[in-house]
Design a protein around this ligand. Structure first.
Ligand code: PEP
Ligand code: MN
Length: 339
């Protein structure tokens, strides 16, 4: 259960509320975000306090639901959030495309992709320096050297850098080089990591876990915002189902469903959903048509020799072709794609 306090309520009023909660045998978890104060009431049976808590001075509303996400909920914030990454605005009405290799492998590989995707209309570059691989024997990424190459690619092309962080102790290092910190599907419920990216100034791209419900994704986003960072972009990347034809099943219904529930921008990653490059452009077009604010697409100059996810990576030429086709769909749904 969570109590939302009146804006600007005094320290004394807050302390009285905490005393009331603790006096009733529960734990009070105080947090502040975007100028709003919240007190979570932790403990079994907390709902019994709802009525008395709601009547206390300084309490604006009480959410008795077991799993509320007041900060990311559209109910309390009807206007869509525009996540600014310098001059690039995700959720600002234009379709933004994040493109690049699954993993940063070398300077030549990264610069070739960065130059090509920038020319084709992407404004953000992706590339993993720390890779969360299923097998410990797979390529784990170049680490800090990869981050430096990403920063170099930004300096050369103007593309903003999106890269994954896999551990709380790496957050500061990754934030020093990147413009957007990605939380991967495998870490969507790594709550210490979510709080850590909530406590630093870069925007966050939060990918849906492969087994996560939409509500669990929103609660994960709530962790980031509650820790002080309101700049969160959500990403649907396919969920695991019984179907093996694709790597994951792209849940396109998540896009309009999320739009109802949250003010945060929503993008789609057709690459990790498809698992094979042949159908990536089709899924990308569908994602734009259903209202996604952007796309994240894997691109490699020589996919068959990629160190990770080559099977689903588009060639430079296929990416350029996809962007041309996408522009038509984007225009039809009123979301210009800059070219
Ligand atoms: C990735 O973006 O390369 C990645 C590992 O994606 P996901 O976390 O969605 O599997
Ligand atoms: Mn990948």
């Amino acid at each position: 259960m969570i109590a939302v306090l009146e804006r600007g309520c005094s320290v004394k009023v807050k302390a009285d509320i905490v005393r009331f909660i603790e006096g009733a045998g529960f734990r009070a978890q105080v947090s502040e975000a975007e100028g709003e104060n919240f007190i979570g009431v932790v403990g079994a049976g907390a709902e019994a306090l709802a009525e008395r808590l709601g009547a206390m001075p300084g309490v604006r509303e009480v959410h008795p639901a077991a799993a509320p996400y007041p900060l990311v909920s559209r109910r309390r914030h009807p206007e869509p959030t525009r996540v600014k990454v310098d001059e690039v605005i995700v959720g600002g009405g234009r379709l933004e495309v994040i493109a690049g290799p699954c993993a940063v492998e070398s300077r030549d590989q990264l610069m070739a992709v960065a130059t090509a995707v920038a020319a084709a209309g992407a404004r953000l570059l992706r590339g993993g320096a720390f890779k969360p691989r299923t097998s410990p024997y797979s390529f784990q990424g170049l680490g800090e050297e990869g981050l430096e190459l990403l920063a170099e690619a930004r300096a050369r092309t103007g593309l903003k850098v999106v890269t994954e962080v896999v551990a709380p102790e790496d957050v500061e290092l990754v934030a020093r080089h990147a413009d957007v910190l990605q939380i991967g599907a495998r870490n969507m419920q790594n709550f210490r990591l979510l709080s850590a990216v909530g406590g630093q100034p870069r925007a966050v791209l939060l990918k849906r876990g492969m087994m996560a419900t939409i509500e669990e994704l929103l609660l994960a986003a709530e962790y980031v915002v509650a820790a002080g960072n309101p700049r969160v972009i959500l990403c649907e990347r396919g969920i695991r189902t019984f179907e093996r034809e694709t790597r994951n099943t792209l849940d396109l219904s998540a896009v309009p469903a999320l739009r109802e529930k949250t003010h945060l921008p929503v993008i789609v990653d057709p690459s990790h959903a498809a698992g094979r490059r042949e159908i990536v452009p089709d899924l990308a077009r569908a994602a734009v048509a259903v209202g996604a604010d952007g796309l994240m697409v894997e691109v490699h100059p020589d996919p068959d020799r990629a160190l990770s996810d080559g099977r689903q990576s588009l060639t430079l030429e296929a990416f350029e072709k996809m962007m041309t086709e996408l522009a038509e769909v984007a225009r039809a749904v009123g979301r210009p794609l800059f070219r």
